[in-house]
Each structure stands twice: as C-alpha cells, then as structure tokens.
Design a protein around this ligand. Structure first.
Ligand SMILES: C[S@@+](CC[C@H](N)C(=O)[O-])C[C@H]1O[C@@H](n2cnc3c(N)ncnc32)[C@H](O)[C@@H]1O
Length: 276
C-alpha cells in the first residue's frame, strides 16, 4: 500500500527513463528527479548518469553493484539496501531505471514493498519499456493475435504452455541459460538449448526477429529477421529481445462460440418482440 499520509519524511519513487536517452522521460518522472535529494541510477550506460546530472546533480550510480562472476541476485539485494538506507535517512529518494522500472527489474519492486512495510511513501512511475518500442518499431499489435512474454532462462528451465497461435516474446536471450545470474553473455551451446525447446513447437526455419531499440538518437534500430535455427550463431547481447511470430492459425472454440451466439440471440429477442 502506498503510504500517502506517511508522517515519515523519507520517500522512494522508482522512475523509468524509457529506452532512448532524453526522449522518453515522462513529465511526472522528470519532476520527481528534479525534486529528489538523491537519485540512484541503474543506467546501463555512462551517458545516462551524465544526462541525469543535467536535471539534478545528486546522482549516484548503482552500476558498481554489478561485477562479472558476482550473482545479480546479490547485486539486486545490494541495490535494494542502498535505496532503503537513504530512505531511512529521511531522504527523498528517486531510483532511475532504464525502460520501465518494473519490467524485468527486481530491486524496484523489492525496495518499494519494503519501504511501504516500514511506513514510508513509496511508489513506481511507469516508463517506456523495450517491449513498447518493439511494438512501435516492428509494427506488431499484441491485441491482434495475443502475446506471451517470458524471461528466456525461466522459459528454458520450466515447462511452459506455448500458444503457437500468439506472438512469443523472450527477454534476456543474450544470457539465456545462465541460472547462476553471474554471466554477461552465454555461448551458442546455451542458445542451442533454447532452439531445442522451441523446435518442439516451431519448425527450424520458422521466422523470428531479434530486436534492439536504439538507446541514443544516433543509434540504429535492430530488426533482424531470421530462421529460428540461425539464432544459435546470431549476434546477441544484453539488449537483445526475441520475437517469434505465430506459427498456427487461431482455432475456434466451438462450444463458447455457440454459447455466445445463444446469449446474443437472447439479448436481441426482447427488442425483436417490441418491434413486432
Ligand atoms: C533486465 S531487463 C530490463 C528491461 C527494462 N526494464 C525495460 O523496461 O525494457 C533486460 C532485457 O530487456 C531487453 N532490452 C534491454 N534493452 C533493450 C533494447 N535496447 N532493445 C530491446 N530490448 C532490450 C532485453 O531482452 C534485455 O535482456
């Protein structure tokens, strides 16, 4: 629960910077950054901190919490603690994450929950996520055929039901298979396992897209279309998202269609009787 009437002066707002630096920040998030005592930045490029400092100079980078070989679970725990420590010191804290602060980001959710438990005001402001950019850049509408998204390693490790008549979006394919959360990239052997799972449902030549939204205005959008099998040796990194297009047509649910038609006839019936 959001402690709007909290008497404690410390607070936490997690904001999203969007994907393209300087172009996606909402006025509401900007205002929180302007008014903060301290801004923790988890930006994945040095440019982000430099840009944030043009709005408010009190920026502290959270990037040092990450290290090759160190579990990201531990890094997230450290980040959460840094945010909470500043809130407990009665500071107005803003935590800035690229994209949406609550999409595939755990420290934001954890810190907000804990701050609220301790009686502080804490909330999240939405931001433009990689998926929002993907929808715009690839011209795909999640509402047209349905849309399922998963974290790639979780998708690999657990049995999931795949609806091949909907779009399938896999996040974090650049580190697929790294259950230790210690790697910044994984090898083709790991990507081959993802392809192995996917080819239980899709043909090897089924079209996929590897997508990367530009983070700077000078960068190009990556929309690489390829057969599924080519993913094994494709160039991927920490910013790659995979989209698998639907393989099968939507199948009519005959029972429900009949029931809907019956309801429709019932709805129309009184109107017809008043006309006659
Ligand atoms: C830890 S998640 C962070 C997502 C972020 N909070 C958001 O709202 O988009 C990292 C994953 O997001 C996706 N991602 C990050 N940057 C991206 C980009 N520039 N273009 C496309 N996908 C991106 C990739 O799937 C990547 O592995």
């Amino acid at each position: 629960m959001n402690n709007i009437h909290s008497k404690k002066s410390g607070s936490l707002v997690c904001v999203g910077l969007g994907m393209m630096l300087g172009a996606h920040l909402t006025p509401s998030s900007r205002s929180h950054i302007e008014q903060a005592d301290i801004i923790f930045s988890s930006g994945n490029s040095g440019f982000i901190d430099v840009w944030l400092k043009t709005i408010n100079s009190n920026v502290i980078s959270l990037q040092e919490c990450y290290q090759q070989g160190k579990s990201r679970r531990q890094s997230y725990q450290e980040m959460t603690e840094l945010l909470l420590t500043a809130v407990r010191q009665e500071k107005k804290v803003v935590a800035a994450f690229y994209g949406h602060p609550g999409v595939f980001v755990s420290p934001s959710h954890q810190a907000i929950k804990q701050a609220q438990v301790e009686g502080y005001f804490a909330k999240m402001e939405p931001g433009i996520s990689a998926e929002d950019c993907l929808v715009a850049d690839c011209g795909l509408d999640p509402g047209s055929l349905g849309w399922a998204c998963f974290e790639a390693t979780q998708f690999l490790r657990f049995e999931r039901r795949i609806d091949t008549s909907a779009y399938l979006v896999l996040w974090q394919v650049g580190v697929v298979g790294d259950s230790t959360l210690t790697q910044f990239s994984t090898s083709p052997s790991y990507r081959a396992l993802l392809v192995e799972v996917l080819t239980e449902h899709y043909p090897q030549n089924h079209p996929i897209i590897l997508y990367q939204a530009p983070r700077l205005a000078i960068e190009k959008t990556r929309i690489d279309k390829m057969p599924l099998i080519d993913f094994i040796n494709a160039e991927v990194n920490q910013c790659t998202t995979m989209i698998i297009t639907p393989a099968n047509k939507l199948k009519v649910n005959k029972i429900m269609t009949d029931k809907l038609q019956k309801l429709e006839r019932q709805r129309q019936a009184p109107k017809l009787s008043t006309i006659t």
